[in-house]
Design a protein around this ligand. Structure first.
Ligand code: AR6
Length: 172
């Protein structure tokens, strides 16, 4: 598995799928969800989301990428951080695992993740990074061969690099 830490806007990435940090209504919103909706084309993406209906926390749903360079959007609903003892970690890990499984089931090769739950939903970044890296390293994929951790800030990119370095991932 090739792993890259990229600092920038996930909507510009030429990957098979970008993961969206969605809400359980798949209704669109701010943050990365807003950016993905704007870049994909709000109306067409919302029509696809409405047809799906919604998505429980920890699960994922897939739509086309529409006007994005990415072929697919994997909408993952992360947990709202409520102090850490309300099952947040299990749900966040499930997002990464389910997103990878959904990509692999579609025989996709490259997937970019934002830091799910680390914005409006308030998940502490270093703990979220640990879950993200851990799940990516331990999920068995037949087709997915490249993962991009897409970071909006220098601090966030550093956090992922540190995590990957701690796991002795080549290149970090
Ligand atoms: N590219 C990459 N990362 C981004 C981008 C971007 N264009 N924009 C923001 N981020 P958030 P959440 C980072 O709040 O915490 C929405 O309203 C951002 O810096 O987007 O899971 C949904 O509709 C942060 O590190 O997602 C939900 O209601 C990370 O993406 C709710 O927010 C995630 O921040 C979900 O909250």
């Amino acid at each position: 598995m090739e792993i890259e830490v990229h600092q920038g806007d996930i909507t510009t990435l030429e990957v098979d799928a970008v993961v969206n940090a969605a809400n359980s209504q798949l209704a669109g919103g701010g943050g990365v969800d807003g950016a993905i909706h704007r870049a994909a084309g709000f109306e067409q993406l919302q029509a696809a989301c409405r047809a799906i209906g919604g998505c429980p926390t920890g699960e994922v749903r897939v739509t086309p990428g529409f006007d994005l360079p990415a072929k697919y959007i994997i909408h993952a609903v992360g947990p709202v951080w409520r102090g850490g003892d309300k099952g947040e970690e299990k749900l966040l890990r499930a997002c990464y695992r389910n997103a990878l499984e959904a990509a692999d089931a579609r025989q996709l090769c490259s997937v970019a993740f934002p830091a799910i739950s680390c914005g409006v939903y308030g998940y502490p970044l270093s703990e979220a990074c640990e879950c993200a890296v851990d799940e990516v390293l331990k999920t068995d994929c037949d087709y997915v061969e490249k993962i991009v951790f897409c970071c909006f800030s220098v601090d966030m990119a550093e956090c992922y690099r540190r995590q990957l370095g701690n796991r002795a991932v080549p290149g970090f």
